[in-house]
Design a protein around this ligand. Structure first.
Ligand SMILES: Nc1ncnc2c1ncn2[C@@H]1O[C@H](COP(=O)(O)OP(=O)(O)OP(=O)(O)O)[C@@H](O)[C@H]1O
Length: 612
């Protein structure tokens, strides 16, 4: 059970404020001061003296209101918060007239609220709407799949799911997006499609029309496996078909030679597979390339295909040797910028691509990335069989883009899209209140201390000896500044932003994605004798760390700044509560922050509703 530490370790002002709170009746009232100024020579009793001292609103030092301004204040409630818990106003007596007015309007209020749900979020116009009718239909489809062996995957791929992709997990079953997407991408949705496809395309795969899919599912729900398994299956089947075709051609050639006893014709050597992958997975950052690349690589060991992960974290020599290996390459995992620049000098790199994945499509098709991503799609289109877009959110901008650019895209959307999992709890800390007085850095440090000192949950079997926290800030410059502040308070904090060295980033993230305890990377002032928060590791990052990073080791996220949009809320809170785990978010709010947005996000989470 969480207990608020009654002493703020950093703020001297808190000592004074504690004294005042414990004897509130000794605070001079404005009325009394005026009286004293008018008649300084005489002792005058306050007109309220007969009322006696006001009663403290709680027992001991901790008052009911104060306890709400903690990372976990207001948790475990069974009603959504009616008023914003940290609006700072004391509950006052309601007059009889007010009560009458409230009763009169109470019948109209729910109606008004129904008409304007999530008004503040709506004003942001961020997320595309997915109707509840459609979500309901998908639920029925999902009800029939609960085992991986129900998918028509090659046996070696089936085996590799448990031995490689989900190694260490027992009794695994497909997640909703996997149940929904795998049969569709395999073309076995109705059990007959694969056979029909062969009949329709006797002249080979190059004649097929490109299929387009959008896989959209909540964060941490296994989208990577949902697209990578069918792609590997297609590659292995194509490989087998090509080998058979080559054998048939060789046999035919031999027969012809014997028949006519002619010199063998100059048959063009089949083009090498070096630098010509069959599938490309595009991801926005080198951290994600490393993460998805690791999964693909692990599957390649048992399934036997050739994969290459390339990003700016690698040197030119490494990139060249991986991509242009004489043994060829089947799947390349890379960033669009890298693929685009390689294509300029080696256009052949896209000439054999049958499957192109645009993961984190909401980022890769936004204004900054779209031109480069689209040009890759255009160049790959002649050979493409499947274009797969994948995202945890469908912003309205992406929705509009898809309608224009890919009108026939098939949308595979899970019922819980845009909802933050209910197992994630969000609490609010008001930084304007005592003892922070608007000092956001201090509120952040105190929140980290509170979480770090909290006793581990005995029911949580995934709890680890070291606590891992992620703090999200809105501005890149703030990462270094806040990290320095937290370190000065004895917290083991590391910054991750675009300014961090590419090669260090993977190493930094490994401490938050792996489930193994790690050594403290950099000695903090704490190790030199000052205050120190042990067994707690903090990553301070921007949006860079909020997309796709599989932070399984993280149970707490602190939103240092209120995110700008509901999309950012979904991605940042999506770093916890992954794959059925529990998680907590704490948002720091100040006077200038959008409290109405935070309130609506909390209410939406409480009801398990999709954000808008
Ligand atoms: N069927 C499954 N059962 C249990 N764990 C799974 C299953 N499928 C995937 N996982 C695990 O779930 C975690 C999250 O998977 P993944 O990164 O693909 O999620 P995601 O949906 O892409 O998340 P995000 O939207 O944040 O990018 C990974 O650690 C993965 O190994």
């Amino acid at each position: 059970m969480f207990r608020l530490s009654s002493v703020c370790p950093f703020c001297e002002a808190s000592a004074l404020s504690r004294r005042l709170r414990s004897r509130p009746w000794q605070q001079p009232s404005r009325g009394a001061a005026t009286l004293q100024q008018r008649k300084p020579s005489r002792m005058t009793l306050s007109p309220n003296v007969a009322r006696g001292p006001p009663k403290p609103s709680g027992t001991g030092k901790s008052t009911a209101r104060k306890s709400r301004n903690t990372p976990f204040g207001g948790m475990n409630v069974t009603q959504p918060p009616r008023t914003f818990p940290s609006d700072g106003r004391a509950q006052r007596q309601v007059s009889a007239a007010e009560q009458r007015r409230a009763t009169r309007h109470s019948t109209q209020k729910p109606e008004r609220e129904r008409k304007e749900p999530m008004k503040a979020l709506k004003m942001q116009r961020a997320l595309a709407k997915v109707s509840y009718e459609r979500r309901g239909q998908v639920k029925q489809v999902l009800a029939d799949t609960d085992r991986f062996d129900q998918f028509d995957l090659l046996p070696v791929i089936q085996e590799s799911i448990s031995t490689q992709a989900l190694r260490g997990l027992t009794n695994v079953s497909p997640t909703p997006i996997q149940s929904l997407a795998v049969p569709v991408l395999l073309g076995t949705e109705d059990g007959k499609r694969r056979r029909r496809r062969k009949e329709v395309d006797p002249e080979g795969p190059a004649k097929k029309e490109m299929q387009q899919f959008l896989l959209a599912a909540e964060t941490g729900s296994g989208k990577t496996l949902a697209y990578i398994l069918p792609i590997i299956d297609a590659i292995k089947r194509a490989e087998k078909a090509e080998a058979e075709q080559e054998r048939t051609q060789a046999a035919q050639q031999e027969k012809n030679e014997r028949l006519f006893e002619l010199e063998p014709p100059d048959v063009d050597e089949p083009q090498s597979a070096s630098g010509r992958p069959r599938a490309i997975v595009l991801l926005p950052t080198s951290e994600l390339v490393a993460q998805v690349g690791a999964l693909v690589k692990s599957l390649s060991h048992t399934i036997k295909f050739r994969s290459a992960l390339i990003s700016t974290a690698h040197t030119a020599t490494v990139i060249r040797s991986r991509l242009f290996s004489p043994n060829g390459v089947d799947i390349v995992v890379a960033t669009p910028h890298l693929i685009s620049s390689i294509t300029e000098s080696n256009p052949n790199i896209l000439s054999r691509v049958t499957h192109l994945v645009i993961d984190e499509a909401d980022s890769l098709l936004d204004r900054s990335f779209a031109p480069i991503t689209s040009s890759i799609v255009d160049r790959a289109t002649p050979s493409l069989h499947q274009l797969i877009l994948c995202s945890a959110t469908i912003p309205r901008s992406l929705d509009t883009y898809l309608h224009k650019r890919f009108p026939s895209v098939r949308r595979l959307v899970t019922p819980n899209l845009h909802a933050i999992p209910r197992r994630v709890q969000l609490s609010v800390v008001d930084i304007e209140k005592i003892p922070y007085h608007g000092n956001r850095d201090l509120a952040c440090a105190q929140t980290i201390y509170d979480i770090g000192k909290e006793a581990p949950d005995p029911d949580d079997h995934t709890a680890m000896p070291e606590k891992k926290l992620v703090v999200f800030v809105n501005e890149r410059e703030k990462t270094l500044e806040l990290t320095a502040f937290l370190r000065s308070k004895g917290i083991d904090a590391t910054a991750l932003s675009r300014d961090s060295d590419d090669r260090n980033q993977a190493e930094i993230l490994a401490a938050f994605t792996g489930l193994n305890p790690t050594r403290s990377s950099t000695p903090t002032p704490a190790s030199s004798g000052a205050r120190h928060l042990p067994h707690t590791k903090v990553l301070v990052t921007t949006d860079l760390g909020s997309r796709g990073i599989d932070t399984l080791a993280v149970k707490h996220v602190i939103l240092y700044d209120v995110p700008h949009t509901s999309i950012d809320f979904i991605h940042r809170l999506g770093r916890v509560g992954r794959m059925g785990r529990r998680g907590r978010g704490v948002v720091l709010v100040g006077r200038k922050d959008r409290k109405d947005v935070v309130k609506e996000v909390r209410e939406g989470m409480f009801r398990g509703q999709a954000l808008i």
